[in-house]
Write a protein that binds this ligand. Structure first.
Ligand SMILES: NC(=O)c1ccc[n+]([C@@H]2O[C@H](COP(=O)([O-])OP(=O)(O)OC[C@H]3O[C@@H](n4cnc5c(N)ncnc54)[C@H](OP(=O)(O)O)[C@@H]3O)[C@@H](O)[C@H]2O)c1
Length: 329
């Protein structure tokens, strides 16, 4: 496969290259693409040096697959140009996620919807992916009515500039601010931009994307998204009300048997998921599983995953692997 990685110099792009190499994605030619600012810069993949090229040159090269992690504006403008020359685009931005003509894919849940005609495929939001990985088996078995989620999101979810802001604050150095306030020793109830309804865009992604992924509007999700000074992954406190009652032992057993999900749930040994241990792992970790004692058929749990891995790069590469394995590119 001729593969283009668009946004190769970014936070997600760098992990994308690592994941493509680790999983030995069948690459015969690799195009590393970023903004005009980076054209000519060198990056390495599997020990070989590559020069960054611009988007127009990448389209002209007609890659079979282009994995985009370069922001919504770049995807909106350039993904159709790649699609027009026959490239299948796997897009990490929010540009196409809610477009009814595009599929929003978490391979473990809905890759089977993909066909050869899908030329722009959307990767869900990082905090959505780890959420639906855990909700999927539970929804199938007990049928969700309502999900209330509060997130504790890593600075790596905002990109290179935000990680730099935190590092500058720790080092006591003045520098560019990615957030309107300091992030060290702080918690910002503000991820992505505010919308007219008073929610942030991140909160509305969490509310809408699960319905599309499950192709089911019979349940609802409400969210509060908070940025905290961690770097290894996003954490989520999730309260789920089901139509049907559940058995906690069965819930734990089901989650422990779900591919891509790891159960870490033992209060006696202080076992629960944490971002420093989820860092650089592909799995989604779940723990603190307990019955909500204030409401019928309701469960509380805690989900952690590396937002740059399963929340972005790993999920995108898994989509690519599915396309290749099923002869869809
Ligand atoms: N961080 C996460 O956890 C995460 C998770 C899921 C999805 N995403 C999505 O992935 C995308 C990238 O996020 P990130 O965190 O990696 O951001 P980032 O660290 O700021 O990197 C942005 C990347 O996009 C490139 N870029 C920016 N403007 C461009 C343009 N006009 N043309 C071509 N390339 C351009 C940058 O190239 P230069 O170096 O040349 O500026 C850089 O490679 C965003 O759409 C984000 O929403 C991020």
């Amino acid at each position: 496969m001729k593969v283009a990685v668009v946004g190769a110099t970014g936070m997600v792009g760098e992990v994308m290259l690592k994941v493509l190499a680790e999983r030995n994605f069948p690459i015969t030619e690799l195009l590393l693409v970023a903004s005009e600012r980076s054209v000519g810069k060198k990056m390495t993949y599997k020990g070989e040096e590559y020069s960054i090229i611009g988007l127009a040159d990448a389209v002209a090269a007609k890659p079979e697959i282009a994995i985009f992690s370069a922001g919504g504006d770049t995807s909106t403008e350039w993904a159709p140009k790649f699609a027009a020359v026959g490239t299948t685009v796997i897009d990490n931005s929010s540009a196409w996620r809610m477009d009814p003509t595009k599929k929003l894919v978490v391979p473990e849940i809905n890759a089977s919807q993909l066909t050869k005609d899908d030329k722009i495929i959307a990767n869900p939001n990082c905090s959505t992916i780890q959420l639906v990985m855990v909700l999927d088996p539970l929804h199938t078995k007990y049928k969700m009515k309502r999900v209330v989620i509060s997130t504790y999101q890593s600075v790596s979810g905002t990109g290179v500039k935000a990680v730099q802001q935190l590092e500058n604050e720790i080092a006591g150095v003045k520098g560019e601010m990615a957030y309107p306030y300091p992030i060290g020793r702080n918690a910002l109830p503000h991820c992505d931009v505010f919308l007219e309804n008073g929610y942030t865009k991140e909160e509305m992604k969490l509310a809408r994307e699960p319905q599309k992924i499950f192709d089911d509007k019979t349940f609802s999700v409400t969210a509060t998204a908070v940025r905290i000074p961690t770097a290894g992954g996003h954490s989520e406190s999730v309260n789920i009300e089901f139509e049907n009652d559940f058995d906690l032992t069965e819930v734990r057993k089901m989650l422990s048997e779900t591919p891509g999900v790891v159960l870490q749930d033992n209060p006696e040994t202080n076992t629960y998921p944490m971002p420093i241990y989820a860092h650089d792992k592909d799995e989604v970790f779940v723990g603190r599983i307990r019955r909500d004692e204030t409401q019928r058929n309701t469960l509380n749990l805690w989900i952690v995953a590396d937002n740059l891995r399963k929340g972005a790069a790993t999920n995108a590469v898994q989509i690519g692997e599915y396309l290749v394995a099923n002869d869809l590119v």
